[in-house]
Design a protein around this ligand. Structure first.
Ligand SMILES: C[S@@+](CC[C@H](N)C(=O)[O-])C[C@H]1O[C@@H](n2cnc3c(N)ncnc32)[C@H](O)[C@@H]1O
Length: 257
């Protein structure tokens, strides 16, 4: 789902305010260690949830830029981040950043590289716009390691496989370390941030995703409509028996130019 429209943007904005994703954002922000007066770019900023926090961290003396290709995402970001003179939003691609070399002290890109056509070019751009000593924070997910209790494990794996197949760069965490090192980034650190739902809550990240998983798998013909219905009904029965369990890891990569 690289091209977000209004409906997708609103759904994502809600899903990214669940406690698990709030925690992920706080950990990303902490790893970036922003200081007052610094300049920061959030590449693929979406609805501005991280960018708003970054702008608060650098303060009015600093500069926070957000770039995203989706006008509908940027509209929500604009509402969220109104009245922050240090913050600017631009529509554009992370593959060709409209910034001079060595413009930023820090750069984040969370859950966006999976959609990017020219991945190498985007990473090269990230390196270019960072100042020497500038910090980068990239966050991606590997759905091949996702766990969901269900009555049919093979069917669940087919569904997560279809979810992966929906994006241009699935399973990116396995590839990011050598890519960053190849660009000359140093001080590389990687941490796993689990999205863990050991029991069911309708307010959890995974609860909001279950129907999406089935819809995407059906649309990609990875499962039949009957399999989709049976899969969702099977999970409902596990929820009733209090046997729900979900976990997937996000991976946070930080490095220095
Ligand atoms: C899953 S959302 C993540 C948004 C935000 N980074 C966050 O974590 O809340 C992915 C975002 O990447 C943007 N995106 C995808 N490909 C892009 C590209 N080539 N250039 C700029 N933005 C892109 C999408 O429009 C979308 O807003």
């Amino acid at each position: 789902m690289g091209k977000y429209n209004k409906k997708h943007a609103a759904l994502l904005d809600r899903s990214y305010q669940t406690p698990e994703i709030v925690n992920q954002r706080l950990r990303t922000l902490a790893a970036m260690a922003l200081n007052t007066g610094e300049s920061v770019l959030d590449a693929g900023c979406g609805t501005g949830l991280l960018l708003e926090q970054e702008a608060l961290a650098v303060g009015k003396e600093g500069r926070a830029e957000g770039i995203d290709q989706s006008a509908d995402m940027l509209e929500l970001a604009g509402t969220r981040c109104a009245d922050m003179p240090q913050l600017r939003l631009r529509q554009g691609s992370v593959e060709t950043l409209p910034f001079e070399a060595a413009s930023f002290d820090a750069l984040s890109c969370t859950q966006a590289l999976l959609y990017v056509d020219k991945l190498d070019q985007a990473l090269h751009e990230f390196h270019r716009v960072l100042k020497p000593g500038g910090r980068i924070a990239l966050l991606e997910t590997d759905w091949s390691g996702a766990i969901l209790n269900s009555h049919d494990r093979a069917l669940t794996q087919r569904i997560f496989g279809a979810w992966d197949a929906e994006v241009i760069n699935p399973n990116l965490p396995k590839r990011l370390r050598p890519l960053l090192q190849g660009l000359g980034f140093g001080a590389l650190r990687v941490e796993a941030i689990p999205i863990l739902n050991p029991s069911y809550s309708k307010h959890s990240f995974s609860a909001g995703m279950l129907k999406n998983f089935a819809t995407v798998a059906r649309r990609r013909d990875a499962i039949s409509p009957t399999e989709s219905d049976e899969w969702l009904a099977g999970i409902d029965s596990l929820i009733e028996r209090d046997e729900y369990f979900f976990c997937v890891n996000r991976f946070l990569f930080t490095a220095v130019k």
